[in-house]
Design a protein around this ligand. Structure first.
Ligand SMILES: [Zn+2]
Length: 66
């Protein structure tokens, strides 16, 4: 059983995705919430998708020496 941290929906078949909300920080959310966060541009970009994208404090995207 997993629970969406935004809408509190629970279920065994819920597949949660990690989203970094601009205000709330890292959250595990259901697909519906993830989509709505994406639509509202409420997520911090570059942190989802599993592409291994990192930003170093100096601002160079993709820097692995951060
Ligand atoms: Zn949800």
């Amino acid at each position: 059983m997993v629970t969406c941290e935004l809408c509190n929906q629970t279920g065994d078949n819920l597949s949660l995705r990690e989203a970094v909300h601009k205000d709330l920080g890292k959250k595990w959310v259901c697909g519906d919430c993830w989509t709505s966060l994406y639509d509202k541009n409420s997520m911090v970009s570059g942190t989802t998708g599993g592409g291994g994208t990192f930003s170093c404090p100096g601002g160079c995207a993709g820097c692995r020496n951060a």
